[in-house]
Design a protein around this ligand. Structure first.
Ligand code: URA
Length: 257
């Protein structure tokens, strides 16, 4: 009897730890908004759980609860994951105040997906889009070691000391970049253009362009070739595919490690 009670209590604790999560995390994981925005919504009294207004950030909920934000029930929609080979001329946001085309225009889905991180308007290559806020948070977290590989065409000749500096860290936005991998792929003497393969795991704003600015080089073309183990194989520019469950699981594992 005592033994059974012990297991029941353990089960309850496990349920609370695994199944229940903080309201703000639950909202951001649903893809509705960022965790910080969710906190603001809660504090402003715009979030209701099972009909009850919640203003405390400590509240925990599970999938069984009904969460309503600003009069709208939070969707518990299936998660979808897309891998896009982004063309130039698209912004990596859900909407654009200047009415430019967004990467969302390229994806045929009813779901409210959004890009994981950003590629600049003129940058091409790999972009993940999803409605899974948890994976997004994991992939975007600065402490993870998810490698992102960029092929960078720059004006002028990249020499050994440039490669050394890129590898060991340069100062951008008053901070030194983390160690990176950098390799000169080719130097086109006639055009005076160098091609560099750069692997970083950080994701600061315009990081690659700023890293080259820091070594006085102007980026002419930028393409992200891979994120973690994912490649663009089989995807022409502008094309996308769904990630399969194995790939999603692997991404979760890599982001958590
Ligand atoms: N770094 C940049 O500078 N731009 C991008 O689009 C991606 C990384």
């Amino acid at each position: 009897m005592i033994f059974n009670l012990f297991f029941f209590i353990q089960y309850c604790i496990l349920y609370l730890v695994i199944i229940m999560e903080r309201l703000q995390k639950y909202i951001s994981n649903s893809g509705y908004c960022s965790r910080r925005k969710a906190e603001n919504l809660i504090v402003q009294g715009l979030v209701f759980v099972n009909g009850e207004k919640i203003t405390s950030l400590g509240t925990k909920v599970s999938e069984k609860d009904q969460v309503m934000i600003d009069g709208q029930i939070l969707d518990k929609e299936d998660k979808v994951y897309f891998l896009l080979n982004k063309p130039k001329g698209y912004v990596s946001t859900v909407s654009d105040e200047h009415k430019r085309k967004t990467v969302i225009d390229l994806i045929d889905t009813e779901k409210r997906v959004y890009p994981v991180g950003r590629l600049d308007y003129d940058t091409t290559g790999m972009l993940i889009l999803t409605n899974d806020g948890e994976l997004t948070n994991l992939l975007m977290h600065p402490s993870n070691n998810i490698n992102k590989v960029y092929v960078v065409k720059v004006e002028g000749k990249i020499d050994g000391s440039d490669i050394y500096n890129l590898k060991n860290g340069v100062i951008i936005d008053n901070e030194k970049t983390s160690p990176a991998e950098a390799k000169l792929v080719k130097y086109d003497k006639a055009k005076n253009v160098s091609t560099v393969k750069l692997t970083i795991h950080e994701g600061k704003n315009h990081q690659v362009k700023k890293m080259f600015q820091a070594i006085n080089k102007n980026v002419l073309k930028l393409k992200r070739e891979s994120i973690a183990f994912l490649t663009l194989e089989g995807l022409n520019t502008g094309e996308y595919r769904k990630l399969n469950p194995k790939e999603v699981k692997k991404l979760y594992n890599e982001a958590k490690n």
